[in-house]
Design a protein around this ligand. Structure first.
Ligand SMILES: CSC[C@@H](O)[C@@H](O)C(=O)COP(=O)(O)O
Length: 354
């Protein structure tokens, strides 16, 4: 399996996703500021992977600490704030930071600084291990749900599935969220072809999902983001499944810009459209999608295509990295605990209590 991120001997190693599929370049660092830059620039990306990277970045930061125990609280507070400021939308980043803050709060008074750091290290590694395990659980729940919802088609043929952005190993550490479901569905003989939309402007679908599918020998075709409604009209898509960066308590879901248009098209064509995401992506503290902070990225990402200027440098640009799909357009939210269909407010709240 692709090793998107690892942490050994106090060194963070990641595959720099900006250069894929043309170049497979691994970067190793012990410098937490470099790790923050990797998150900001999307060298590491995808909500669960951002969470794992954030946890290891905090570990790199505390490894660089050379002060006294009394000086540690203010150092730790500003380190975490710096990491939290790297990308605003993926709640997994804040989930990971909260886990490490909890370890700090529960152990600072009683532990030596060495013992405290060791516990934080263990907590970071557990976040990583959990995300790998989450993928397998999500995949199983997702495939079971698809078998129920699409049984009428599966009686006679395999399915064509639309996905957006990249939700595979590169984004999740394990087999993936939406792509994990697709991988398992393929292994179980349910999939004819995957349709991966390009995901402008940074092309995570065209570059990364295509790369992962090719690697696994799963049949796929790439389309421009604006093609999905037409393919649905022609009966070329049976269902859609994507990941999430943050899911509000009512099921409204932030994901890569372009997701909402795919979901509305699917709804219009009466095709099931699913979100697959670990429970760590649910933000139960916010009632609906209007509260999700949406990252706005540099205008030049749109005015240029991988360094080549394609628009006037003065063209005004809106470059939102994510959009919010209202829960009503979703057939279900597949999590590592279970697939939630129907009432998201009660279904998602119940997941948080388990
Ligand atoms: C399992 S990854 C889910 C989402 O994080 C993914 O669909 C996505 O939107 C990633 O955006 P990115 O900007 O590449 O980090």
């Amino acid at each position: 399996m692709i090793d998107a991120i690892s942490f050994n001997d106090s060194t963070l190693r990641y595959l720099d996703q900006r250069y894929l599929p043309l170049r497979e370049e691994y970067v190793s660092t012990r410098n937490y500021e470099e790790a923050i830059e990797a998150i900001k620039t999307l060298a590491v990306r995808g909500a669960p992977l951002i969470g794992v990277a954030a946890a290891y970045t905090i570990i790199l930061g505390i490894n660089s600490f050379q002060g006294t125990k009394e000086e540690f609280p203010s150092f730790f507070k500003s380190l975490v704030a710096e990491v939290e400021a790297s990308r605003p939308t993926a709640v997994n980043l804040f989930f990971a930071a909260a886990r490490l803050k909890k370890v700090y709060a529960e152990n600072y008074e009683t532990d030596t600084i060495e013992a405290l750091f060791a516990k934080m290290n263990t907590a970071a590694r557990k976040i990583h291990d959990d995300e790998i395990a989450n993928c397998d659980a999500m995949s199983r729940h997702g495939v079971d749900q698809i078998k129920i919802d699409l049984a009428h088609i599966l009686k006679t043929r395999k399915l064509n599935v639309l996905t957006h952005c990249n939700t595979g190993t590169l984004a999740c550490c394990g087999t993936g969220s939406a792509l994990g479901v697709i991988r398992l569905a393929w292994q179980e003989g349910l999939i004819e072809r995957v349709i991966t939309s390009e995901s402008r402007p940074l092309l995570q679908g065209l570059r990364l999902t295509a790369w992962e599918l090719e690697h696994d020998g799963i049949p796929f075709v790439s389309i421009s983001d604006s093609s999905s409604a037409f393919l649905m009209q022609r009966g070329m898509i049976d269902f859609g499944i994507v990941g999430a960066d943050r899911i509000a308590a009512n099921g409204d879901t932030a994901n890569k810009i372009g997701t909402c248009a795919h979901a509305i098209s699917a709804y219009h064509h009466n095709l099931p459209f699913y979100i697959a995401a670990p429970v760590s992506t649910i933000d139960i503290t916010i009632p609906d999608g209007t509260h999700i902070p949406i990252e706005e990225r540099n205008a030049d990402e749109l005015r240029t295509i991988f360094g080549t200027q394609v628009a006037s440098p003065t063209t005004p640009v809106l470059n939102y990295a994510f959009d919010v799909t209202p829960g009503k357009y979703l057939r279900g939210i597949i999590t590592d605990k279970e697939a939630v269909v129907g009432n998201y407010i009660t279904g998602l709240a119940a997941l948080m209590e388990e």
